[in-house]
Ligand binder design. Structure first.
Ligand code: ZN
Length: 332
């Protein structure tokens, strides 16, 4: 019986340890630091107060919810704006400016990330009658520190009893990446479908991305669109193994996929996002009180699993985003 724990060498020079744990170690090596980055998505574009009366919609509500989540350990906020009157999603720069301003007024240094989904995905194409050319990304005209860049394919989305065809062209994804590169905005590439990993390699090949590549796996969205992914542990592990070198990854899970998917991300060396955009429940049958409650649980789990939580300045350093005090010119 072997008394030491050294691996058994096989004839080709590899070891059993390498065979069994090589893949896992590769995943751990992908992480450039041990600190855990927690993103909060306070409000999305689909559900409103009918889903959870505590879901923030007004700029002051979104700023307050961001502030509370930041106090619990969130270092990035993913922002969608809503129209003051209709509460429907809007890409109006003035509303986004108001939200950003209100967050900073609270002396909150959270990393600000705007969603570009409504500018770069062409919604309800059948109603439009034709696919328009995208010439403007209103949601990043004020140069937020980060912006989401959806890496997806066209498909039918079903929500609220309606089915709509949404179109995403590779040229639009390239346009989004190029605009963010020119403006010094760090993209959060949201991957909705495994085949779209090739689009990320394509963007890297075209020189449109800066390292480290920040990739977000969107799991559990197949409920709305069957070109999107369900959550399964095996799929998440396959996605992590397919990442380009110099990547960092984060995970978001929809509804009851949020807790298991984000917890597995921590175990695989990734980061996570929680919040009302993705999930309005704390557990089955119990609505979450606020975004802070979901962030606090994620932070607690991260700490129990041995992670330190990244502050916003640490998250900036990890992602290659300039410190907050650096001047950011608007509209260049
Ligand atoms: Zn979003």
């Amino acid at each position: 019986m072997r008394s030491d724990r050294s691996p058994i060498l096989l004839s080709d020079g590899s070891s059993t340890e390498e065979l069994y744990y090589g893949g896992y170690r590769k995943m751990r090596e992908l992480r450039t630091t041990e600190k855990l980055i927690v993103t909060v998505a306070t409000t999305g574009g689909f559900q409103g107060k009918e889903a959870n009366p505590n879901l923030p919609v007004l700029p002051e509500e979104i700023a307050q919810s961001t502030y509370e989540a930041w106090n619990e350990g969130a270092s990035i906020v993913h922002i969608h704006a809503r129209d003051r009157k209709t509460h429907q999603r809007t890409t109006e720069p003035e509303v986004l400016r108001e939200i950003d301003g209100r967050i900073r007024e609270k002396n909150c240094d959270i990393v600000i990330q705007h969603s570009t989904a409504d500018d770069l995905i062409i919604h309800d194409v059948m109603a439009l009658g034709a696919i328009p050319k995208i010439e403007r990304i209103k949601t990043i005209e004020m140069n937020p520190e980060m912006a989401s860049l959806d890496i997806t394919v066209s498909g039918m989305i079903a929500f609220g009893g309606k089915e709509e065809l949404e179109v995403t062209r590779l040229s639009d994804i390239e346009y989004g990446a190029r605009t963010m590169l020119d403006r010094g905005i760090k993209p959060e590439m949201e991957l909705f479908n495994p085949v779209c990993m090739e689009d990320i390699y394509h963007l890297i090949g075209k020189g449109l991305l800066k390292k480290p590549y920040w990739i977000s796996f969107v799991l559990g969205m197949r409920r709305l669109n069957r070109t999107f992914m369900s959550y399964s542990p095996r799929l998440l592990m396959q996605l992590v193994e397919a990442l380009p070198p110099d990547s960092m990854f984060t995970v978001l899970g929809i509804a009851n996929d949020e807790l298991p998917a984000t917890t597995l991300s921590i175990l695989l060396g990734g980061h996570l996002r929680v919040g009302f955009e993705d999930n309005v429940f704390y557990k089955k049958g119990e609505l979450a009180q606020n975004n802070a409650q979901l962030v606090a649980r994620a932070v607690r789990i991260g700490r129990e699993l041995g992670c330190e939580i990244a502050t916003p300045s640490e998250a900036r350093a990890m992602l290659g985003i300039p410190p907050l005090a650096s001047p950011r010119k608007e509209g260049n």
